[in-house]
Design a protein around this ligand. Structure first.
Ligand SMILES: Nc1ncnc2c1ncn2[C@@H]1O[C@H](COP(=O)(O)OP(=O)(O)O)[C@@H](O)[C@H]1O
Ligand SMILES: [Mg+2]
Length: 240
């Protein structure tokens, strides 16, 4: 399959633009801090589906966490819609994480005692107050979108690994996140189920969802519009 990538490159303003990101973690043995990101730059256009591939330990998860504002870099900048989100208030970063960004992980982080629909609606739940009907309706429609219309009332324990990951994706969709960050979203799944999740992400990409996905699986990375390769804290290939 060939995809027209021209819409994703060129002079369109980036939705995410990272410049010269550096980050170290303190050494556990009291030695010098270990550099994990050593000057990483990248640019993601609106609607683009970018994969970041590379071996385990190369710094992919750290990069994703910095881009998604879950952690701060030691130096460098992350522009979201042109604003440097490494230098905004904690309150603004919280808002970003709860509205503009969604993150899915290898493990799905669903609440075991809430149904699939309730897990999807979690971002809108406010104590015990009922979720507004329009939101519940939207929750059902995104469950439908990820192929789970029959499973709204199921608890996570009664769902397969792939279905659980679909619920996590639906939770990102329900609040109209503008960027989906996915860290090894197929890492816990068998090949066929992983393929199906990749197909869903590719479909969402075709619908215009901006996605940055980390994976060590080159087959999955190929499903993205563009693949960047990390090695030892550096982006070694695919810079654009
Ligand atoms: N919170 C942390 N504290 C200390 N070291 C960490 C932490 N997170 C990651 N590292 C180290 O940073 C390196 C890169 O990790 P990571 O970003 O998770 O890579 P990847 O996702 O490519 O496997 C690894 O050597 C890892 O042990
Ligand atoms: Mg990782």
């Amino acid at each position: 399959m060939t995809t027209d990538h021209t819409a994703h490159t060129g002079s369109a303003p980036a939705i995410i633009e990272a410049c010269d990101l550096c980050k170290s973690y303190p050494a556990t043995d009291g030695g010098a801090p270990a550099p994990v990101l050593r000057g990483v730059s990248l640019r993601v256009s609106p609607g683009e589906f970018v994969a970041v591939a590379g071996r385990s330990g190369s710094g992919k998860s750290t990069l994703l966490n910095v881009l998604a504002s879950l952690t701060l870099p030691d130096s460098g900048t992350v522009l979201f819609d042109g604003q440097d989100i490494t230098r905004v208030s904690e309150a603004r970063r919280n808002r970003l994480r709860h509205s503009d960004f969604a993150v899915i992980f290898q493990a799905h982080h669903l609440m075991p005692y809430l149904t699939a629909l309730e897990n999807v609606l979690l971002p809108f739940m406010n104590g015990l107050a009922p979720v507004p009907a329009a939101m519940a309706e939207k929750g059902r429609s995104v469950l439908d979108r990820v192929g789970l219309s029959g499973k709204a009332a199921s608890l996570p324990g009664a769902l397969s690994g792939g279905e659980q990951q679909r619920v996590a994706i639906a939770r990102a969709l329900v609040r109209d996140a503008r960027v989906l960050f996915a860290d090894e979203p197929t890492g816990n799944l068998d090949t066929a189920t992983g393929e199906a999740i990749m197909e869903l992400l590719a479909e969402l990409g075709r619908d215009g969802l901006t996605t940055v996905m980390v994976t060590h699986n080159p087959d999955y990375a190929r499903r993205a519009h563009r693949t960047l390769i990390m090695r030892d804290g550096l982006m070694v290939d695919g810079l654009a």
